[in-house]
Design a protein around this ligand. Structure first.
Ligand code: NAI
Ligand code: MG
Length: 338
């Protein structure tokens, strides 16, 4: 039996997490869910968006399944997502983006994975204002690229490509301008690529990458890049296949792994029962794969894809005429697995 920390989250979180749990159970995987609070739910109960008990639970289980959290505005709280990333050294953010049949999007046959370095780069948190008297006359932010951090994420991307039987790794950078930071990342990438002769390797400048992703997304396979570029490119990629409601993300670290939908808590539809559970369910499938339940992962993915292709039991974001809600879509997916 696997033991996993479960954070239901805020807004639509509890409803999509509930849907995902049912689908995982339907796939026959037994899990001891260790329910913990974070986000607004934790602020309301413990005046702390990330209670020690939650951290302790993740530390013990080394696995976390997390619903979206509402970031409290004001109150001086740090982002829970950033704190979790740092606390468990979640260095690799992995998002598979694969077209769904039956959705109305601009592209078919997109099948790529973005792998973003999640702990350093321009998001290292080294930022300050420069003031003269009280006036802010400038602001600086320092990008940190380390050899260790770059090797770790680039090697992760090649190992991922091998395991997922993917053919190519594209390293995205801006080494023509950022000669030290992006330059080091590229140099390390070129060295590591030599260790993987079975995987094709190329590199692309980030702005050209944006253009190519929009013009011909089918030409990408695995993309590996630094934090800021990865943040932007991974959302761009999600948009290619119909948006955030369909995309799952894994945050893999040295001390734990955390699986989530990439979208937020969607307060605008929180009490309507119509949130699309797909991203959260696919996050569940990624987690099943991570813990070695490969057959269950495949069955879940296939069931989700079939239900979306058939188009009958899908939430209104996929079909505006649909009256199907979150729970009903999850039931249809469970029935396909069953
Ligand atoms: P959001 O992703 O929650 O919503 C953006 C739009 O997409 C909304 O119109 C929403 O209704 C729709 N949407 C999102 N997920 C959907 C789903 N599963 N089914 C159908 N429609 C869906 O982004 P927003 O509004 O900027 O953020 C709301 C809150 O979520 C904020 O507090 C933000 O900080 C937080 N957030 C948390 C994340 C996390 O915990 N990983 C990630 C992104 C935002
Ligand atoms: Mg982002």
């Amino acid at each position: 039996m696997h033991s996993i920390t479960l954070i239901p989250g805020d807004g639509i979180g509890p409803s999509i997490v509930d849907a995902a749990i049912k689908v995982i159970a339907a796939a026959g995987v037994e899990i001891a869910w260790d329910r913990q609070l974070a986000g607004m739910a934790a602020v309301e109960k413990h005046a702390n968006p990330l209670p020690d008990a939650t951290l302790e639970s993740i530390r013990n289980n080394r696995l976390c399944f997390k619903g979206p959290l509402t970031t409290p505005v004001g109150g001086g709280y740090r982002s829970v997502n950033v704190t979790l990333r740092q606390a468990f050294n979640l260095y690799a953010n992995v998002r598979p983006v694969i077209s769904f049949e039956g959705t109305d999007t601009m592209y078919d046959n997109v099948n790529l994975v973005t792998i973003r370095e999640n702990t350093e780069g321009l998001y290292a948190g080294i930022e300050h204002f420069i003031k003269v008297d009280a006036e802010k006359i400038a602001a600086e932010s320092i990008a940190v690229i380390t050899k260790v951090g770059s090797e770790r994420i680039i090697r992760y991307a090649f190992e991922y490509a091998r395991k997922a039987q993917r053919k190519k790794v594209t390293l995205v950078h801006k080494a023509n301008i950022l000669k030290c930071t992006s330059g080091l990342f590229l140099e390390i990438g070129r060295e590591i690529a030599k260790e993987y002769p079975d995987i094709e390797f190329d590199d692309k400048i980030v702005d050209a990458t944006c253009m190519h992703m929009v013009m011909k997304p089918q030409s990408f396979d695995v993309i590996v890049t630094t934090n800021l570029f990865g943040d932007i490119l991974s959302d761009l990629a999600a948009g290619l296949i119909g948006g955030l409601g369909l995309t799952a993300g894994a945050n893999i670290g040295t001390d734990a792994a955390l699986f989530e939908a990439v979208h937020g808590s969607a307060p605008d539809i929180a009490d309507k029962g119509i949130a699309n559970p797909t991203a959260m369910i696919l996050a569940g499938a990624m987690m099943m794969e991570h813990i070695g339940e490969l057959a269950a992962a495949r069955r879940i993915e296939q069931a989700v894809r079939e239900v979306i292709r058939e188009g009958k039991y899908v939430t209104p974001d996929l079909n505006p005429e649909s009256t199907c809600g979150t729970a009903q879509m999850a039931e249809a997916i469970c029935a396909k697995i069953g």
